[in-house]
Write a protein that binds this ligand. Structure first.
Ligand SMILES: [Zn+2]
Length: 699
């Protein structure tokens, strides 16, 4: 799935974790054919996808010594033979898993569309939403007509009061709503939620694009795009209208918080009684705004990005109404474009796809149709997820994975007990937090209902409107009554995991719990080495410099002592130096500081996964399979999961921006584990050998 332009109902404290390369950069891996790893058969699995017991032995290069180049020992032959298809930037499990999940969704929806279904059921809603979006002939014939009423209302807009009403009403409809309301977790009261106010409103994806000189060409093509859109809707002065939009959005960019500020949960926790908002952020009649949004019941709101809320209220109060009209027009079209006629769809692809993202071809229509109902935060996410799980998730996956999770939690706790560099108080807090951590796996125990959402065949735009109204109503409800704790806040078919520190939980979604990471029919050593290490990786984040901001009950509270923080930095310095020594491209080293947090988590994950594997053996010796001991298979499973071949330009870019080490560097974490040395009889003259004092062991 590509990253959504908006995440409608996602509470801002939920951290989407990507254990792979940046999840949003998946947009560059768009086209799904051809699959680079062969298709993974799922519910019918009776034998592993990789090799006879989970490892692709044909991928190995046994002419290489494991102690000289462990990655190539496991993946060398694969690396030599695999080709990167022309339409892709890289090959590896992450990309093929993503392609697979999308193809599965497509065939599932095609099946549903052919089956009979009852009116009002989830499958009826999926079918009719999808078919409405796929009916391009109808969308082309309707042109702009489904938006005429909205455009007339914008035309008639004459007072500030009307403007405030419209911005509020748009929260539950198509159209601009830069003053954003969402539900959020009360960071000081465990289990409680509240309504959050934040600002959005720029069409370009980053504030820098409006402000930095480097982006002048993008601003120029954005203005040309705006002119074309205003021409398409028959505006008499498209140039002036375009300038009006740019001007308002540039003002917004100036007060929008930077990415670093937005990541600071303490700064973003500012609950205030709603009646104080008139004083805090004058310019808007807040009672009127809340009432027009249908949010009268909210007595306390969290003014998250306070200074930007103040500035936006002022902008709403002072900028000429004529400029706001153009802004409203453009954002209405922008939000509706996927369900408008061809000229609009082409124009939006031309700018956002081609100019802004360098995308050569438009997404196939079926992907756009699925995204519009089942992207993260869209109304049919769980309806699709439920069907997806029924079709594609093997029944025995969950208990096997649950068992791995329990052993990892046990292993982690043991490590915490023995951790020397942490003060006893902090260590106790950490153990308490771990004991309260919930690990959700594969799919939720309760699915969100679609009751109250009407989906009408042949009314694509109407479905979008009703979808937004449905989601906003649920947002308001969740702001009053916390959502069911069993829910997932992302789609199960996303190749991803997420952490919600407010509930002290991590969820591993179905589409990531697959070969080569996890296979219920594979040898346990391989599963522990691959999936176990990923689970351990994510758990360790609960205890690092970010995770420590929340305690075991999900309360915003830093429970580390200053000396723990100092010790942490000391312990981790050695790892940064180790990472710096790696060269994914000739003469281009890893940035040790940039990848420090993630490589620490890798190391922690691998360490506890190994411990957990030992626990799972319960004192017995693992059998030897095809000449490999259990310990060897554990490490090889880890190295297999990270096989990766990428184009130079991609690796170069990732080296600059991705906080994760390049995938094929990640297996080198094994150098820090004594168990790897004994498993493969690594000696001091082997290239990867590290003297004991140079092996990093933070946990
Ligand atoms: Zn991570």
């Amino acid at each position: 799935m590509k990253c959504n332009k908006r995440q409608i109902t996602l509470a801002s404290s939920i951290v989407i974790i990507s254990v792979f390369v940046l999840s949003c950069s998946n947009e560059t891996f768009k086209n799904s054919e051809p699959l680079t790893e062969s298709k993974i058969d799922t519910t019918t699995i009776s034998q592993p996808h990789y090799g006879k017991w989970g490892l692709d032995l044909d991928a190995m290069d046994r002419s290489i010594k494991p102690g000289d180049d462990f990655y190539s020992y496991m993946n060398g032959t694969w690396n030599k033979s695999v080709e990167i298809p022309d339409d892709k930037l890289a090959v590896g499990p992450m990309i093929s898993m993503q392609d697979l999940a999308q193809d599965e969704l497509k065939s599932m929806i095609n099946e549903i569309s052919l089956e009979g279904t009852t009116q009002g059921s989830d499958t009826q809603k999926i079918r009719d939403w999808y078919l409405s979006m796929m009916d391009l002939v109808k969308l082309d014939s309707l042109g702009l007509s489904p938006l005429m009423k909205d455009l007339e209302a914008i035309e008639k807009l004459s007072s500030r009061g009307d403007l405030v009403d419209m911005l509020a009403k748009n929260l539950a409809d198509l159209g601009a709503a830069p003053m954003h309301l969402d539900f959020g977790f009360d960071a000081k009261n465990a289990g409680k939620t509240l309504l959050e106010i934040s600002t959005t409103g720029m069409a370009l994806p980053a504030r820098e694009m409006y402000l930095d000189e480097n982006y002048t060409p993008i601003r120029k093509s954005y203005r040309e795009h705006l002119i074309r859109v205003f021409t398409l809707i028959g505006n008499s002065n498209p140039d002036i209208s375009a300038d009006n939009v740019v001007e308002l959005e540039t003002s917004m960019a100036q007060f929008t918080w930077s990415k670093a500020e937005l990541r600071d949960p303490i700064k973003k926790f500012n609950p205030v009684p709603i009646e104080q908002m008139d004083e805090i952020a004058p310019g808007i009649d807040w009672t009127r705004f809340m009432s027009a949004a249908g949010a009268d019941a909210q007595k306390i709101v969290n003014a998250t990005t306070k200074s930007s809320i103040v500035s936006l209220a002022n902008l709403i109060a002072t900028a000429p109404i004529s400029k706001w009209r153009d802004y409203l027009r453009y954002h209405l079209i922008r939000e509706a474009q996927a369900a408008l006629s061809r000229s609009f769809r082409d124009e939006f692809f031309d700018f956002y796809g081609r100019s802004l993202s360098g995308q050569k071809e438009e997404l196939p229509r079926w992907k756009t149709a699925i995204e519009s109902m089942g992207g993260r935060g869209y109304p049919l996410v769980d309806a699709l997820g439920k069907e997806y799980v029924a079709r594609y998730v093997p029944h025995d996956s969950r208990p096997i994975l649950r068992n791995i999770v329990n052993n990892i939690l046990g292993a982690f706790d043991k490590r915490l007990q023995q951790l020397e560099w942490m003060t006893p108080e902090t260590r106790n807090e950490a153990r308490e937090k771990l004991a309260k951590t919930t690990i959700k796996v594969i799919y939720p125990d309760a699915w969100m209902s679609t009751e109250g959402l009407d989906v009408v065949r042949g009314d694509a735009l109407g479905n979008m409107r009703r979808g937004k109204a449905f989601l906003f109503k649920r947002t308001l409800d969740w702001a009053q009554n916390s959502p069911d704790k069993r829910f997932f806040f992302n789609s199960v078919y996303a190749v991803n995991a997420y952490a919600n520190p407010n509930w002290n939980e991590i969820a591993f979604l179905a589409a990531i719990v697959r070969p080569p990471f996890f296979d219920p029919t594979a040898d346990p050593a391989v599963n522990y080495g691959a999936m176990g290490a990923v689970i351990g990786h994510e758990i360790s984040h609960l205890f690092d410099d970010q995770g420590r901001l929340y305690d075991g009950d999900g309360i915003l509270r830093d429970w580390w002592k200053p000396q723990d923080a100092q010790q942490f930095i000391k312990v981790t310095k050695q790892l940064a130096t180790q990472m710096e020594s790696y060269e994914p491209l000739p003469n281009k080293h890893m940035n040790g500081q940039l990848v420090l947090g993630e490589s620490l988590a890798d190391l922690a994950g691998l360490t506890v996964a190994y411990d957990a594997y030992k626990i799972s053996l319960n004192g017995k010796t693992a059998p030897v399979l095809d000449g490999f001991s259990g310990d060897q298979r554990f490490f090889l499973g880890y190295a297999q999961a990270w096989r990766f071949k990428g184009r130079e330009a991609l690796i170069d870019r990732l080296l600059k921006i991705d906080p994760h080490p390049i995938a094929n560097i990640r297996p080198l974490a094994v150098r820090n584990l004594d168990a790897w040395y004994s498993a493969f009889n690594i000696q001091s003259d082997d290239k990867l050998y590290l003297a004991r004092e140079n092996r990093v062991n933070p946990w």
